[in-house]
Ligand binder design. Structure first.
Ligand SMILES: [Zn+2]
Length: 847
């Protein structure tokens, strides 16, 4: 694979190794000098690591992947056997040590390490780093673990036309002229290696200031217009966010500046490097977006900003406590929303967008605790998912409700002060909180942080009345729950609320009667109606009927979010047919006023129709969906966000007999007054046209003309791979394994290759998938392997039984790193969901 020989899992660091190393090493400082003028494939790297060792009896190593030219330990040159391809063995002495490692390393094309990107429009090169969880050592020799924080003096030698940006400012402007410019950055405060960052290239820069904190935004020149257009809103959120967090934590921002770099082909959404946050370019909007996209971007900015305190200032010791970074940042971004952004209260959209993903992840065979034992850095990769981020945020929110917000904040402040610039773990956080709360924190930790899985709460009705019941699931022990129950009665065609009641469900008792609601039995009962407890809500059959018939008459948006989530869970549990769900969205979801909620529901309705619908009759659902969306488009106000949301949804489900509409959109002709067809809508239409067998040969060029450059190129790769012909699929598969494609381009190809509705065409790729995984083991980067394993798992074939059997055989042999096997386990579970959901939909079709 392109990007050098970093084979999957070959250089993982175990927790035991990390613990042993940090027991001996302290006071680390790195002088790092990188020469980025030596060509497109490799760069020169030289590190001088200074550190204190408490003993000379232990073997200590520096992590490094690359070519080593020389190693000098305390003035003595080491022999060639000191480097085994991933580690440099050191003969340390007690006291101060100085080690010099010189050599070269490879650029990556996966987004991890030092990513190299060439802009196809102008040939300009941009590089940026992403080291989390374990890639700093693919750029410079270091102790690559979070609890060996170090100060860093970084020097970059780059093309003189480039701009370089890092965690700190350059000490002086680099001298101009000559073949290369030398950028020396000021010494950093103590940082874990995964937070050291830089980017370089002919970026454009916009600067501002908030009080005494300099702010800057970096982007490619081809995005400079977008940067200018978006800068006022970005700077506004940054300024308000800094004020909010400084007040909340009672602690000033600790770094000297606050920059954002929009990096091409960035692998995450964003990354919280202190002083130098890196963001995916998709947040520098190149086309029209709805207000919800702006809200989500603001949420990303405030998430990364929360890390400046949670993660950057006080850092987890090891990856098992990643929740101390990510659960906190996710939760705090929701809390910050009304204060630091124009978008108001955040928990309702969190319930709509985030909680369903957390519940899904919790029901997979790979579900794990929020604080998860993490044997090595390969396993650490699997921690970056909905359980740590989203379930983590949900249970922290619940914790804050239990102990009281004031006490929670006091505990957080004490935690940050006690561990300033250092490392901490679960026990440290609990100890800080205990000073301000007498709640049973040990029980909370045991039930919510250390116990995997999700409990289901439902209302049972029988002769004795209604009760809230915590379901007896053999895999998940019951937890102590505080649950708000909302109840509604029909008055005419509308559901009218009663006064909600708060009930506790305390094990070993797993139920609570609902006599407090009073009166006769309500028509709709919603347990956990405020979405505060992290449980799965299941509606009883009478409530479900009421919801499907009248959900839009429920006034409370949070309660509606809970019901929408419960209905979506039911589709994935094969208890509600895809067509019933889509009908509910058309009847009630289209009345949701929040455009983000509308978009999420339309997206789920489309997925229900295309993926979870019965293949034999599911096209009926698609046709009904498309027809109804057309009607909504006629009524939507020209130029409104709702019009855009309906248009995007329609373009994704246009039936094959309506290719004329899609062709018009690709050519930029808008069928809807007031809605301008932009690049994004063109590509969506082209993809649907391609996937449903339309002739796209000339239209790809039309769309590329309107959007040349790397975005257009990736979209064209997706569309071409989506075409339903054996030749197109073969071509896409060959492309995947040939040429010099970046991971982002390969992901674009894979997104087109596997499409629902193309089962016959995809069946021959089942064997190819398994063979490719076998042959890639040990040679391909883990990032590509994981993407490949997920994106091309044979979900849509005519041989599902044999796919499941082959999956089991493959998993038993364990030929790949655990983080990749985990992906395959999850995809197997999704295949089972698809099969059951399709059968449920088929059964409904016969009624
Ligand atoms: Zn984060």
């Amino acid at each position: 694979m392109a990007g050098g020989g970093r084979g999957a899992g070959e250089s993982a660091l175990t927790q035991d190794e990390a613990v042993a190393r940090s027991a001996v090493i302290s006071d680390v400082h790195y002088e790092v000098e990188l020469d980025l003028t030596t060509g497109d494939r490799t760069f020169g790297t030289r590190t001088v690591a200074g550190f204190h060792a408490s003993s000379s009896d232990t073997v200590v190593h520096l992590d490094f992947v690359g070519e080593v030219e020389s190693v000098e330990c305390n003035g003595r040159r080491s022999g060639p056997d000191a480097f085994d391809g991933r580690r440099v063995r050191l003969d340390v002495r007690e006291g101060w040590n100085s080690v010099r490692v010189s050599g070269s390393a490879s650029y990556s094309h996966t987004g991890e390490g030092l990513h190299h990107f060439r802009d196809p429009l102008d040939g300009n090169v941009y590089v940026h780093t992403k080291f989390e969880p374990f890639a700093a050592h693919t750029v410079f020799a270091c102790f690559d673990q979070p609890d060996l924080k170090a100060t860093v003096d970084l020097t970059l030698m780059v093309d003189p036309s480039w701009v370089a940006v890092s965690n700190t400012d350059p000490e002086e402007p680099p001298p101009s002229g000559g073949h290369r410019a030398t950028w020396r950055f000021a010494r950093t405060p103590p940082l874990p290696t995964y937070l050291v960052a830089f980017a370089a290239g002919p970026f454009r820069v916009l600067r501002s200031r908030h009080r005494d904190v300099p702010l800057a935004l970096y982007a490619r020149p081809s995005l400079y217009d977008e940067l200018n257009a978006e800068a006022p809103e970005l700077f506004d959120v940054l300024g308000r966010g800094l004020d909010f967090y400084e007040t909340l934590f009672d602690l000033p921002y600790q770094f000297a500046k606050y920059d954002h770099v929009f990096a091409p082909e960035y692998a995450f959404g964003g990354m919280e490097h202190p002083g130098c946050v890196t963001l995916n370019e998709r947040f520098l909007f190149r086309h029209r977006v709805t207000e919800d996209a702006r809200r989500r971007r603001a949420s990303l900015l405030t998430h990364e900003m929360a890390h400046m305190w949670f993660g950057d200032y006080v850092t987890m010791r090891w990856w098992d406590d990643l929740w101390l970074n990510e659960a906190f940042a996710t939760m705090l971004a929701v809390v910050a929303q009304p204060e630091a952004t124009p978008y108001g209260e955040g928990w309702t959209s969190f319930a709509h967008h985030d909680l369903p993903l957390a519940r899904r992840a919790d029901q997979l065979p790979t579900s794990h605790a929020i604080r998860v034992s993490t044997a090595d850095t390969d396993a650490a990769r699997s921690n970056f998912g909905p359980i740590v981020y989203r379930r983590g945020a949900a249970v922290l929110h619940d914790l804050a409700e239990r102990v009281g917000w004031e006490n929670f904040v006091a505990g957080v402040r004490a935690y940050l002060r006690t561990h300033a610039w250092g490392n901490a773990g679960l026990d440290d956080f609990v100890a800080a909180l205990r000073r301000f709360s007498d709640a049973d924190l040990d029980r909370w930790v045991d039930e919510w942080l250390l116990r995997p899985g999700i409990n289901t709460v439902e209302v049972c009705r029988d002769a004795g009345g209604a009760r809230v019941v915590q379901n007896a699931d053999p895999r998940v022990e019951p937890r102590h729950l505080a649950v708000r129950v909302a109840a509604f009665d029909y008055r005419g065609v509308e559901l009218v609320p009663r006064t909600p009641v708060d009930v506790s469900v305390d094990p070993p008792a797993c139920e609570h009667g609902l006599t407090e609601l009073g009166g006769t039995e309500p028509d709709l009962v919603i347990p956990n109606a405020d979405a505060v407890s992290h449980v799965k809500t299941r509606l009883d059959s009478r409530s479900r009927q009421a919801a499907l018939r009248s959900l839009s008459t429920v006034d409370d948006p949070r309660a509606r979010a809970v019901v929408w989530g419960a209905l979506w869970d039911e589709v994935q549990d094969a208890r509600l047919s895809a067509r019933s769900y889509a009908s509910a969205v058309l009847a009630h979801g289209t009345r949701e006023r929040d455009v983000g909620v509308l978009e999420a529901l339309l997206e789920r309705a489309s997925r229900a129709a295309l993926v979870y619908g019965d293949p034999a009759t599911g096209h009926d659902t698609v046709t009904v969906l498309a027809r109804s969306l057309r009607e909504h488009l006629v009524c939507a106000d020209g130029g409104s966000d709702r019009q855009l949301a309906f248009a995007r949804a329609l373009v994704g489900v246009v039936p094959p007999d309506d290719h004329g509409l899609l062709g018009d959109v690709v050519c930029g002709r808008s069928p809807w007054a007031g809605l301008e067809v932009d690049r994004d809508l063109r590509w969506r239409a082209l993809l649907r046209l391609a996937a449903t067998g339309g002739d796209v040969d000339d239209l790809v060029d039309v769309a590329m003309d309107a959007d040349p450059g790397d975005y257009g190129r990736r979209n064209a790769l997706t569309a071409e791979a989506a075409c339903p012909s054996p030749a197109a699929k073969d071509k896409a598969w060959t492309r995947l394994f040939s040429g010099d494609h970046s991971l982002a381009e390969r992901q674009a190809i894979m997104a087109g290759l596997r499409r629902p509705g193309q089962e016959t065409l995809l069946t021959p790729f089942v064997d190819r998938y398994w063979h490719a995984l076998e042959s890639l083991a040990g040679t391909a980067e883990t990032e590509f392997l994981s993407s490949f394993a997920r994106a091309l798992y044979p979900c849509f074939t005519e041989v599902e039984e044999s796919v499941l059997e082959e999956t089991d055989r493959f998993l038993e042999r364990k030929p790949l790193p655990e983080s990749v096997l985990k992906v395959i386990r999850e995809e197997r579970a999704e295949l089972l969901v698809i099969r059951a959901a399709r059968a449920c939909d088929a059964a409904d079709a016969q009624h």
